[in-house]
Design a protein around this ligand. Structure first.
Ligand code: PLP
Length: 376
């Protein structure tokens, strides 16, 4: 079956008891045992599993893993909790290679939580695979990929990273939050696991926080992630899962519209005299354009640009938009604009003239008129 069909129906059958077409929200925290003490209906306690979470995990495994049916997924209360569970499934003393440009929260998690715990991380520019090869150490257990990267839209060749990981006896894990399974399927390119902040495009409406890990197979490491999910309990509520499932029903319709709008805005910015640089992999002069064209179905709804005149000029552009909302996060229906360096904090490596844009589903002419006004 095609992924559009699976997503539109959220892999859901009408409720056999009532015929309800939309799934009910199962608020029950606990589930009845059989007279013999068994749990033949599969659910015990909502932290361990819940029908809404079960449906969400099943759908994510299908969308990222495809037809093989071997992929498995675990849903978390946020993308950061999902990433944290992956790191914690490793052992103190293990080494990770991570991108020099990635979501700053993940970099902080590695530096501030997992470094003291004993995990060693080398942050490298993954746009050149040789940098990654040279960073491999005897104890390297994971190559963490984020492509396109947040916020500079660097493109990493996922298949190359998977192959380097395999030769090193390590795992390749890809944060596919910006790509979504509609645009990019890391497991099909050889990655072992995918991580999502479902807060973004999968939820899609700026109203639910969540995360997920999808593994190509039910490995020992994935079982450890399940254990952490259950014992730490950073799980999404039934309503969170329900909202995320509801968002995914329209994912395949929303993503092409995000991409088309972002492409038009990128071209507009590219030709604007007050813009010093545009970072969007769909532009033919983007250094990662060819790799992105090879591994993505389209170039995504995220872009960033640097304003001529430096930080103050960038802040003025952000101050003068009327339609874009000045806010963090991404992947929803409304377009957002953000001065990244100031939210990332003093150790940010992001240029301070850079604005990140999450292109929403408004009419592109209106968005371009708003940017034109703010830039002029
Ligand atoms: N990964 C990427 C690429 C992100 O952009 C974000 C958040 O912006 C996260 C992970 C973290 O997700 P969450 O905010 O749901 O914890």
């Amino acid at each position: 079956m095609n992924p559009e069909t699976i997503a539109a129906q959220a892999a859901h059958q009408p409720d056999p008891a009532t015929g309800a077409v939309a799934p009910p929200i199962y608020l029950s925290t606990t589930f009845e045992r059989d007279p013999d003490g068994d749990y033949s209906r599969g659910f015990v306690y909502s932290r361990s599993d819940n029908p809404n979470r079960h449906s969400l995990e099943n759908l994510l495994a299908l969308l990222e893993g495809g037809d093989s049916g071997e992929a498995v997924a675990a849903a978390f209360a946020s993308g950061s909790a999902a990433a944290g569970a992956v790191f914690q499934a490793l052992a103190p003393g293990d080494h990770i290679i991570a991108p020099d440009d990635c979501y700053h929260g993940i970099a902080h998690l590695l530096r501030q939580v997992f470094a003291p715990w004993g995990l060693r991380t080398s942050f490298v520019d993954m746009t050149d695979a040789d940098n990654v090869r040279h960073a491999v150490q005897p104890n390297t257990r994971m190559i963490w990929v984020e492509t396109p990267s947040n916020p500079q839209l660097k493109i990493t060749d996922i298949a190359k990273m998977a192959s380097i990981a395999q030769s090193a006896g390590a795992l390749c894990v890809c944060d596919n939050t910006w790509g979504t399974p509609v645009l990019q399927r890391p497991l099909a390119l050889g990655a072992d696991m995918v991580v999502h902040s479902t807060t973004k495009y999968l939820g899609g409406h700026e109203d639910v926080t969540g995360g997920a890990v999808v593994s190509a197979a039910d490995t020992d490491l994935f079982q450890r992630i399940r254990l952490i999910q259950n014992l730490h309990g950073a799980v999404p509520s039934p309503f969170d899962c329900w909202l995320t499932l509801r968002g995914i029903r329209t994912l395949h319709v929303r993503m092409p519209a995000h991409c088309a709008n972002a492409g038009r805005i990128a071209r507009f910015l590219h030709d604007h005299p007050n813009v010093a640089a545009v970072h969007y992999p769909g532009l033919p002069d983007h250094p990662g354009h060819a790799v992105a064209a090879g591994q993505m179905a389209d170039f995504g709804g995220m872009l960033s640009f640097q304003v001529a005149g430096g930080k103050d000029a960038a802040m003025r552009v952000a101050a003068n938009v009327r339609l874009f909302v000045r806010a963090t996060s991404l992947g929803g229906t409304q377009s957002l604009i953000e001065h990244r360096a100031s939210i990332e904090g003093p150790d940010s490596a992001t240029p301070d003239d850079l604005l990140r844009v999450s292109v929403g589903l408004e009419h592109p002419d209106d968005l371009i008129a708003d940017l034109a006004h703010a830039l002029d």
